[in-house]
Design a protein around this ligand. Structure first.
Ligand SMILES: Cc1cc2nc3c(=O)[nH]c(=O)nc-3n(C[C@H](O)[C@H](O)[C@H](O)COP(=O)(O)OP(=O)(O)OC[C@H]3O[C@@H](n4cnc5c(N)ncnc54)[C@H](O)[C@@H]3O)c2cc1C
Length: 392
């Protein structure tokens, strides 16, 4: 068993680390804070552009898309270096990691250069329009309709939970284009600019507070979308959806491990029970790294193991939830004081990663919902790992 990286992976890490030391924005430059996942202050746009120009934004991509054709292990140490320094990867994370990456995989050359590259350069931001009021876990039931009319699609319907939509320039939107086909086979993907007539984004508050407006309901009323904005084949949206979520899931566990590591650093146990819980946090963290690293080694060998991704996603998200609950309980009523800081200020991170213990705990639920809920992961594990029959 090899427990360390090869020298060329470590020298990749050293090069990136030296780049960060030389180029990271100062705290004074970052005073304006992002208010949603698609709101990028000017400094965050400049920073992302610098990463793009130097091939450090999406290292797996070729240089024209802000990368350097990095191997899986090189991508891992890149992400690990950002996590260790409490640097948020991009201030439009879905735009960069899911939407631009999906357009590079499924879009035409024109779409890659007109939509993906500006997102990667921090010139535009994008949000993901998948979920609907009755189509979350069961995405294939989505009902937002797009009907072809000459050179346009006319879109009517509603999305929900669309993070950052009110600050985004465009939405990668999943729509139904063939209502008569089996539900997985009648879905297509459209790029919908948010300034088109008939698009209304309505942000709403989260459990974390009335000021925390990242989620949106998005309404489409007779929105005329140019047909050239169709991504991938007509009625081929299910393949794009699986690809989009695949981009989201790759190395997702490292995010959970990172936030648990931050909590281990920020939570000081006092009572015997708290010390016991603290030890449990450390064991969960180590178990997560072990399982994640074993999956990473498989991926580096070119082996695909969808079920193990579900195991690690389930374990990581629930371990984060448990860890933040321990810290919140230990803090007692002080944990509810809001706003407050429970960790060192990290100017390149999101403020809520060191906010009150209440906020950190409330946010930790999102890991057990977004990207496939815990129940859905358990279903996958039951069927694909344990070989249990499907419920009728
Ligand atoms: C922080 C955050 C950000 C998000 N951002 C976005 C975004 O930008 N764009 C976007 O499109 N969506 C986004 N979402 C939405 C997310 O994808 C959905 O919340 C998720 O898919 C679950 O769907 P739902 O909320 O409709 O719940 P439902 O699917 O209605 O589930 C409700 C409950 O039923 C359970 N359940 C459902 N089906 C089954 C089943 N077959 N077996 C057992 N139990 C089941 C679920 O586990 C859950 O507990 C975000 C969510 C969160 C938390």
């Amino acid at each position: 068993m090899q427990l360390s990286f090869d020298p060329e992976v470590e020298s990749f890490r050293d090069e990136f680390s030296a780049f960060l030391d030389a180029n990271l924005p100062t705290e004074a430059e970052t005073l304006e804070r992002p208010r949603s996942v698609s709101h990028m202050p000017d400094w965050a746009r400049r920073w992302q552009r610098l990463l793009f120009d130097n091939g450090w934004l999406l290292p797996a991509q070729p240089p024209e898309f802000g990368g350097r054709n990095a191997s899986i292990l090189q991508q891992f140490v890149h992400l690990e270096e950002l996590c260790n320094r409490r640097i948020y990867h991009s201030f439009n994370p879905q735009g960069v990691n899911i939407i631009a990456a999906s357009l590079i995989s499924f879009g035409s050359d024109e779409q890659k250069h007109r939509w993906a590259v500006p997102v990667l350069k921090g010139e535009k931001t994008a949000s993901l329009g998948m979920s609907e009021p009755s189509a979350g876990s069961d995405l294939a039931s989505l009902r937002t309709r797009a009907v072809r009319d000459g050179d346009y699609f006319v879109v009517n319907g509603q999305k929900v939970w669309t993070s950052g939509a009110h600050d985004a320039d465009f939405l990668l939107t999943f729509v139904r284009t063939d209502p008569d086909a089996p539900k997985h086979k009648g879905i297509s993907v459209l790029i919908i600019p948010t300034d088109l007539p008939g698009v209304v984004c309505r942000p709403f508050a989260s459990i974390c507070g009335v000021e925390d407006k990242d989620f949106n309901e998005v309404f489409f009323t007779d929105v005329r979308v140019p047909a050239e904005n169709l991504v991938g084949p007509l009625n081929g949206g299910w393949g794009v959806a699986n690809g989009s979520l695949g981009h989201e899931r790759t190395m997702m566990w490292l995010g959970f491990a990172d936030r648990i590591a931050n909590m281990i650093g920020d939570f000081e146990p006092h009572t015997p029970l708290e010390k016991d819980q603290y030890a449990a946090m450390i064991m969960d963290y180590q178990a997560l790294r072990l399982m994640g690293s074993s999956g990473l080694a498989k991926a580096a060998r070119g082996e695909s193991d969808v079920a193990s991704v579900s195991v690690v996603k389930l374990f990581g998200s629930e371990a984060e939830l448990r860890a933040s609950e321990y810290a919140l309980t230990a803090a007692g009523s002080d944990g509810l004081v809001h706003p407050s800081s429970t960790g060192p200020y990290a100017h390149m991170n999101l403020d809520h990663y060191f906010a009150s213990w209440f906020e950190r705990h409330a946010r930790s639920f999102s890991g057990t919902i977004a990207g496939g809920t815990s129940e859905i992961q358990r279903n996958i594990i039951a069927q694909q790992v344990l070989g249990l029959p499907r419920a009728k």
